[in-house]
Design a protein around this ligand. Sequence first.
Ligand code: SF4
Ligand code: SF4
Length: 496
Amino acid sequence: MSEIKAPVLRKSRAVPVLEPGAMAHSKPFPAGPEIQARLGFPDRLVPDWEKVAVNLLGDLVKQSRALQVFLDSCVKCGACTDKCHYFLGTADPKNMPVARQDLLRSVYRRYYTFAGKFFPGLVGARDMTKEVLDDWYSYFHQCSQCRRCSVFCPFGIDTAEISMAARYIMSSVGMGQKYTNEIISKVHNIGNNLGLPEPALADTLISLEEDVKEETGVEVRFPLDVKGAEVLVVTPSADFFAEPHIDGLIGYAKVFHAAGVSWTLSSHASEASNFSMFIGSHSNLQRVAVRIREAAQELGVRRIIVGECGHAWRVAYNYWNTLIGPFDFLDRNYPVPQHICEFTHDLIDHGAIRFDKSANDDKVVTFHDSCNVSRASRMGNHPGGQFTIPRAIIRACCNHFYDMAPETIHEKTFCCGGGGGLLTDDLLELRVKGAAPRMNALKQVVEEHGVNHVAAICAICKSQFSRVLPYYQFSMNMVGSVHGLVSKAILLGPGN
Ligand code: SF4
Ligand code: SF4
């Protein structure tokens, strides 16, 4: 821990002095042959990989008009250059979004544009070489696909899409990343990111029932595989074990109990997150997601609710319908899918659940908007619901809440530094440095308002903050689930 030096936090967010090559050494561990094979990717660099990679790039551009527009339309205006948390935290110019895009754009130009074919030197076109591939492997694994840069780009160029395409090409020529690809293979084999088998999951849920009974005296159920339940909850598997995630799961259970709505978890679909999005693999995305449809049909539920997970919500909100729909077997009186925050907020709005806010009086709370929720999805039935709904829940169950600076929240939120398949210790230096802009904003509300708790609705953000907060002299226990706050304050019945 002491070897990684976190950037000094400053009040003004100055553009750092450039340090070319500062993060060239940062690379994740490569996926081994077995992991690659389980995902349908080659187990080593394929013969003629340069040609395979270039052809695949051509296919991706043909399939996605958006990708082609993103690659064709940058005018080098520079508006995105200082908007990436990884650039601000590392000072490496290749972490400027436009420079990251150019790693792929230069190859696209060389093989798929007139000027690039005949005058490569004039238009920054490059041959596909091992040196280029190594640069891709390093710097496309320094992009959390957070989309912050696209908010500031006048053309809406989305570096996340470019990064997904590059990672897909790398996996497809035999150069996949261990962390993401291993996790996807665990979901294929066992059903969740943690590789948690059904008996262990069942035991955990029974222990939680006992803990809540001991704490509150109330028999709150954590049902598993209950046929005919009203709601199937799919949530990141971190909610079953990790801290502070598990407090969120306890909060969901208490909300269902207080509202009198029957629900169940599923051992077949014991994972909401879907890392396939991070590597741009449509086939793996579908294969992971279909377990949720299968579980919903098998259990005969009428609704599906997604727990606190940023990218899982993006996948559910944006892609489920085309990936695993139609959902004509569910109750169309409710949103499909629905977020747990929408569910809880609706109950609050209708006075169906009540709180003792003073139960959270030891906390001065701020909220971290997660990237995939903020910039790639919505909640509720009005624009910006993804910002107002979680805050309304927090305000309903806490007396002390302060937002961070306006240029660091809502659609301009800064990534936690560990999203997009980078939440691995082989990338810890990047994660610590990339967290700097968020830590800067946090420091400000800590100093001005005495904030001592950061609530989030993303499993990755919670894990990332727990790991990096100490590098900035904050307690790792400062981070919590929004439904952890709900759990503390909700009234379950007479006397509690
Ligand atoms: S998508 Fe996010 S991480 Fe990637 S370049 Fe843009 S701002 Fe940086
Ligand atoms: S803001 Fe958009 S157009 Fe301008 S340099 Fe960045 S990607 Fe290119």
